[in-house]
Design a protein around this ligand. Structure first.
Ligand code: SF4
Ligand code: SF4
Ligand code: FES
Length: 333
């Protein structure tokens, strides 16, 4: 089998960074994470890579492979044209820690702002009853492995476009799993509208495309939530029914944490230093990289920069059109 040519992002915030070339011998069934482990074992023992299960279930190994947010343990090298280089870089929506590892702790802070499952106070659990179709509907959302690939691909988070915070698709489906639970007593629609920023989602469906659990995030989660919010706040009959029913609204006025600007995010591979072989690359001191290719500053405008509607739409189209390069099937990882 031919070698695979990987261009792997290397760097830390505040230091020069670059894409480094590695030729990796390919064996049948290898995935991108195997190639990264080979690089760690034979060429760059200090390459930072986060992983755990190697079974597409822990959600740790997310990175951008040829520009597409992917689980590296689920992305086979045989899916690519090995005559073309394969770029591997960290998730661009989140602050860089080192090499392929990013700080995703913002997501956990957002998660803590969601009111958890709240059953009726006076109904013992053995008396809870609901239909199988309700179980199935919520079960889909509970398949989430918190890889945050959907958060990474979402242009609202990725481009830091909004003036206010946006919780992102992963947490919209968590809210969906609670709102659609027939036993839950809490109304989170005001939270979705005012704090979660559900209105910023323009249903591009990029999140659904990259989800390794094949959750229909937009069709089954976000769109029904948008309809519920529209019913509650723009339909007078529904508004009156909600008042009569007296369902408790929670989360109003909750401030979401601000996603930090991704300082140290990688520059585009084309602008990076591209030595011809791994040996030459590793022996070259990182400080010799051109400042323009160093990628030490923020790659995008910081959060809270307001953009025009047309600019947002353009950015959305760019993200939606970002197909994997050199991938044979063009499918999800
Ligand atoms: S549909 Fe598009 S805008 Fe909405 S959450 Fe998913 S990726 Fe973001
Ligand atoms: S919804 Fe899918 S893509 Fe998003 S965090 Fe969960 S498993 Fe990952
Ligand atoms: S290593 Fe667990 S999902 Fe890839």
């Amino acid at each position: 089998m031919p070698d695979a040519h990987l261009k792997v992002f290397r760097g830390r915030p505040g230091e020069p960074s670059e894409f480094v070339d590695f030729d990796v011998p390919v064996e049948e069934g290898m995935v991108v994470l195997d190639a990264l482990h080979w690089i760690q074992g034979h060429r760059a023992p200090d390459l930072a890579v986060r992983w755990n299960c190697k079974a597409a279930k822990c959600g740790s190994c997310g990175a951008e492979v040829n520009g597409r947010p992917s689980l590296t343990c689920k992305t086979r090298l045989s899916d690519f044209d090995l005559d073309e280089p394969i770029t591997v870089e960290p998730m661009r929506a989140f602050p860089l820690i080192k090499d392929l590892v990013t700080d995703v702790s913002w997501n956990y802070a957002v998660n803590r702002t969601i009111t958890p499952f709240t059953p009726p106070e006076n109904l013992p659990q053995e008396q809870w009853r609901w239909q199988q179709r309700d179980v199935d509907r919520v079960q889909e959302f509970r398949k989430c492995i918190e890889c945050f690939l959907c958060q990474d691909v979402c242009h609202v988070l990725r481009n830091h476009e909004t003036e206010r915070a946006f919780m992102g698709p992963r947490f919209l489906i968590r809210v969906a799993s609670l709102e659609m639970h027939p036993i839950d007593q809490v109304d989170r629609r005001q939270y979705l509208k005012d704090s979660g920023g559900i209105g910023y989602c323009n249903i591009t469906k990029c999140c659904t495309e990259v989800c390794p659990e094949h959750i229909k995030i937009t069709d089954n989660g976000i769109i029904p939530l948008k309809e519920r919010v529209a019913d509650a706040y723009y339909d007078p009959l529904q508004w009156a029914w909600r008042k009569l029913r007296g369902r408790e609204a929670t989360g109003a006025g909750t401030e979401l944490p601000v996603l930090p600007a991704p300082v140290g995010a990688p520059p585009p591979p084309a602008a990076a230093t591209t030595p011809t072989d791994a040996t030459a690359t590793e022996s070259a001191p990182a400080q010799t990289a051109e400042p323009a290719a160093a990628g030490t500053g923020p790659a995008r405008p910081p959060r809270r920069v307001r953009t025009t509607k047309s600019a947002r739409q353009t950015a959305g189209r760019k993200d939606a059109a970002r197909a994997p390069r050199g991938r044979r099937d063009g499918g999800a990882g």
